[in-house]
Design a protein around this ligand. Sequence first.
Ligand code: NAD
Length: 453
Amino acid sequence: MIDKVKFQRDFFNSNVTRDISFRKKQLHILFSLLKENEKQLCKAIHDDFGKSEFETIATELELIYKDIRKALKQLSQWSRKEPVSTNLLNFPAHSYIQPEPLGVSLVIGAWNYPYQLSIAPAVAAIAAGCTVILKPSELPARTSAIMAKLVSENFDPGFFHVVEGGVQKTTELLQQKFDKIFFTGSTHVGRIVYEAAAKHLTPVTLELGGKSPAFVTRGCNLKMTVKRLIWSKFLNSGQTCIAPDYVMVDNKIRDNFLEKCVEEIEKRSYGLENNNYVQIINERNFDRLAAMVDPEKVYYGGKMDKEKRIFGPTLLHNLSFENKVMEDEIFGPILPVIGYDDLDAAISKVNELPRPLSCYVFTNNKESEQKVMQGISFGGGGVNEAVMHITNPNLPFGGVGNSGTGKYHGEAGFREFSNYKAILNKPTWFELNLKYAPLSKAKLRWIRRFFKF
Ligand code: NAD
């Protein structure tokens, strides 16, 4: 492992990656590689956990293409030296900010969108001029293998290399000194990564999880609310970090909301008989989800086929925050619905929990919209929409507090892998002399004055 990192460090130190045209060329290679192998990529993920070609292209590959296209278009602008004004104390200098690549980066991916969560951070790293060691999640083994194969066949390992493996391999990697670590995964493992990075004072981006709430208020467009909420929750069988984890609904419309949810689920025929319904990633997660379902709280669903790892959409009701399902992130197709009488009290309750990755409000009332959007701290979210904010590359994506640190996609990703070098350039034909001995009260008075400009 030491060799691999050393190899990349030597490559980085050769300064090849500082050349913008080199980075663009690598992004073009990556783009073509993914396009040409779409069929194989879709097959691998389908074999791993039943994700359809439609979903793989719509929720993984197209997001990567979008990031690559944007980087190719705007990279020159992002990398430009930015002149900034200079204060009077430094007259007659000029000042500028120059982005430079952080260096050798480690990207650790999660399993639920295995291509997107591994390759999109790598795109940001490449755009910024970093070298990349990518460690995809080991759980979808075929997707991990195909990424390793395609990258090794098409890139110099000094620049871009995939290391396959689980906890042991990641632990070995984390012992090495990187210049940047970008991690996507659970809050629990995020802490392990953060601690390991701290030993080398390596900057990190942590894309973590949490319980993301959705609020449904009286007077919302209920039909559209249900349609969008159900889609966003059961997409990828609920195994989406920004899926609404639970719904807080006004008690006045709760029963109507639940009935409409059932209608919508049945209309889209999610579940055991649908070939496009994504499997739960493994048995351990299947059992974890099954243990979250209290049969007495099931409003709809609860159907499962353990052998096929298919977990039907399940709605839970008559719940409070004390129920087991409200303890941890669900990360599966179980939707707890909690009624509220007072929106302010519901917001206060959510604020007692760790800060979520996302938060959504479905409402036609401006005041309610503002209360939720301003009253809760979260990474990103939506009004009358859920999950879709990730598809806009102009919106930085990431969490806050327990749900993560740092943002990416588009320019935000470029910034995560860059050091913004700040430079003051002063000619030698003039010197103010105030800072030099002998020190005096008069000089200090002048210095105070100059600091004001
Ligand atoms: P995970 O934390 O179990 O694994 C993530 C990565 O860490 C994998 O590559 C894994 O091999 C590695 N890993 C696991 N245990 C480790 C250890 N002890 N030491 C070092 N490395 C270790 O997460 P997961 O199960 O792959 O993904 C699910 C979690 O990720 C959920 O909490 C979800 O919300 C979160 N997530 C967040 C985002 C986001 O963008 N914020 C996206 C997807 C998933």
